[in-house]
Structures are given as C-alpha cells and as structure tokens.
Design a protein around this ligand. Structure first.
Ligand code: GRF
Length: 201
C-alpha cells in the first residue's frame, strides 16, 4: 500500500477538532497521518494536544519585519520540507498566504460552525458566529466543511450538516451542539478528500 498522505492541521485555539482528527487517525479511520500542527499563537491549547500525541507542533506567525509575500514563501518552504500533502484548518484565525493556497489548491479544507454562505467572512469566528445566528432569528445553523481559496469562507462546499436552533439557545449551547457534529464529520470529509472522492463532482 502507498504511504499515507501527510496532513498538516492549522489551529489558533483549543483544538478539539484537531483532537478528533488525531483520534480518527489513531483508530485507523483516516488515510493520512497528522504530520505537523501549526498554531498562529503560542497560547493555543491545541499545541499541547499535538505534543501529547507525539506530533511536531510549531507556532508559525508573520514577523513584524516580514512582508506577507516573504512570510508566505517561508511557510510554504516549511510545509514542503515536511512533505505535507494536505492542510486542514481547524479553528485557524489567520488568512493563509496566497502562495500557499495556490500551491495546495484543492488540498486545503476548512470547517465553519454555521451554514455558509450565511454568517461567514472576516471576523466571523467562535461565539461571533453563533451570536449572529441567534440575533438573525435563524431556525437552523450547522456545520460547513469547504475547500479553501483566497477569500475567507468562500471555497467549494464539500459538506453541510443542519442543526436546529432552539428557542432558548445561547451562543454557548448552540456552539456545543454544533461541535459534536464537527468532530464527527471533519475527519470523514478529510478522509474522503484524500481518497479523491470529491474530484469532478
Ligand atoms: C470550531 O467551531 C470550528 O468550526 C471553527 O473554530 C472552532 C474551533 O474549535 N472554525 P476547536 O479549536 O477545534 O476546539
């Protein structure tokens, strides 16, 4: 059998989706190994999750004196030197540099805790998303897993899961119900992507 694909997971926070991906991989349910975890910030608990699992975990961020282009080239070199094949964004709050998006076209996925194209875009993350859903009076929210292009939250949608918004939901209760589906579905979609099941559809 061919070697497993090498997956990098990019995080900025708690990393519960990262954990779900690691767990699926350990159960043999993912046709990839998590080869590298990148965090935009040293305070992300996901770094600890990665290291506990024996996975290389690195803080990578743009230096103050670095242009976005130079930073992009550096990140790309770091990915290529680790022979990374696919990238999963899991609560990553930064925009990926264009050169990385172009080089890894159709090989980068993101997960968003709402039904895109509603409630997406810059600044729409975490509780901001769930507060906006409740403020809009939406009856449904959910999960969107999509390919990543140069704009926030706009690439081709691979999967959506619908979750009812309850009358007494707070951003926290809604987030918690949606997160269960995120953990269940994200490893499956990553696996399908790597197996080529989304090509030409
Ligand atoms: C998730 O809700 C994900 O959809 C969004 O950010 C959150 C990350 O949570 N992009 P975690 O860090 O995986 O726990």
């Amino acid at each position: 059998m061919a070697d497993k694909a090498r997956l990098a997971v990019f995080i900025s926070g708690g990393g519960s989706n990262l954990q779900a991906i690691i767990d699926a991989s350990l159960r043999g349910e993912l046709s990839a190994e998590v080869a590298w975890v990148v965090s935009s910030t040293p305070s992300a608990y996901g770094l600890t999750r990665a290291r506990n699992a024996g996975i290389e975990a690195t803080v990578v961020a743009r230096n103050a004196d670095e242009s976005i282009e130079i930073y992009g080239e550096r990140l790309l070199r770091d990915l290529q030197s680790r022979r990374i094949d696919y990238i999963a964004l899991a609560g990553y709050l930064k925009l990926l540099p264009t050169v990385v998006v172009r080089t890894y076209r159709d090989k980068i996925v993101n997960i968003h805790p709402a039904l895109l194209p509603k409630h997406g875009g810059k600044g729409m993350y975490g509780h901001h998303v769930h507060s906006a859903v409740i403020a809009a009076g939406d009856k449904e929210s959910g999960v969107t897993i999509h390919l990543v292009n140069e704009a926030y939250d706009e690439g081709r949608i691979l999967l959506q899961v619908r979750v009812s918004v309850l009358a007494d939901d707070t951003p926290e209760t809604l987030a918690a119900r949606i997160l269960v589906h995120e953990h269940e579905q994200y490893p499956k979609v990553i696996d399908k992507l790597i197996r080529g099941e989304y090509v030409n559809r």
